[in-house]
Design a protein around this ligand. Sequence first.
Ligand code: NAD
Length: 477
Amino acid sequence: MKVVIVGSGYVGLVSGACFSALGHSVVCVDSNAQKINLLNSGGVPIFEPGLDALIKTNIDESRLTFSTDLKSSLKGADFAFIAVGTPTRQGGSEADLTSVYAVASEIALSAEDGLVVVTKSTVPVGTGDAVEAIIRTSRPDLVFAAVSNPEFLKEGSAIDDFMNPDRVVVGCDVPWATEKMKMLYEPLRATGAPILYTGRNAAEVIKYAANAFLAIKISFINEIADFCEAVSADVSEVANGIGQDTRIGRAFLNPGPGYGGSCFPKDSLALLATAQSHSVSLRVVESSIAANDARKRGIGRRVITALGNQVRGKTIAILGLTFKANTDDMREAPSLNIIAALQKMGARVRAYDPEGMEQARHYLQNVDYAENAYDCVAGADGIVVATEWKEFQGLDFARLSSLVSHPVIVDLRNILDSRKVEAAGFELHRIGSPRRAETASIQVTPRLLKPKNTGRVEREHPAANGSVRPAPQPAAV
Ligand code: NAD
């Protein structure tokens, strides 16, 4: 079957590559000519584990092409997927559907009879009706259907999520289009993936309800972590204790600096806005948004407190910039709040991220970037682990300790082995652990008997020269 995907970002590119791997003939379209040129010359504009190899294989097997020309791409197409961005509308909280509607209008101009127009972008309930109306108004005689097929992939494990989904949701109210969607997803169904057929409105609601629920889980465990600190309990033990309950589940119970990324913040806000427009209160969703905003606003202060309150003129090393591990996506990353707070209090910031530094440069100013974690911490007065990259767990903490000026680590993802870190002489602050509660007010003083900082280091360490790419790992947030 011929599939056209409009929007070749995190969702569009992964979906396009995966549909082609399932045997379909796919054209990924984007209005960004630079992106399409890069793809046509063998490059991949985003970092997603396994994506470059999957794209290459399918280009080589002539199932995957890239184009800026939607009109010619739509010739003979069975499906036109809309996978463009739906950011928060500037100055508001609802989803900005400008790109979705622009693509629907453009599809209408060149669609052929029998086309199924599928919205994969996350869109408020009722958008399918609007997409259908746009096309119908432009082409009253066209035989087409507008379907909702929200995407649930997670950046960092997107290919596996697409190929082995917990479920695929197809929201369709037109029987012939449902049959066509069944054929499209047949290769996945044959491997055991559950495909749920729902009404179009239900599918649109499912996506927002799922994201809001996950965001609520994160806000919940973050608040429980604060409570644990106050009562000398370890939140990891609590998370394991409640997560073993199959009604609750362990996933998304990892406390941290607040959720970020391109989905949870904007989708929770958009859900709330849509509910309000229907005069419905979603108080739990509203509280989760407020809790996360407060957490992200407060996280910088928390870090500064752990670092002994005085950061003016100090160099703080930030390990991890992206909103979560295994992506280069910086959208709404908590590191942005932390760095802003540190800079406001007069700290110098040096940062290292395995994949995110190129993107980070668009979001941050006055930050020095290091080529590896060791260079990043050299001479630093404190280290903050802001993203759960697996390579940070494997660092040589004795070596780190010999490089820093002050041996303090604030682990905002609870990924470090406290015994190893403390054995290397570090004072470790974690989220939701009794130790942090006890030590939060300790003023950090330089160690007297510490070897002088040796400055930049040789690059022989496996993680230090960038030659080792971390294996994909489950995302925490
Ligand atoms: P993105 O910003 O990475 O990609 C969007 C792409 O659409 C860009 O390449 C842009 O150039 C292109 N585009 C915009 N307008 C266009 C137009 N008129 N014609 C052609 N191309 C156009 O966005 P994304 O992260 O892939 O998200 C896309 C949608 O999927 C959003 O609604 C998002 O909420 C949803 N979603 C994202 C994720 C995720 O993890 N990123 C997961 C599930 C769902």
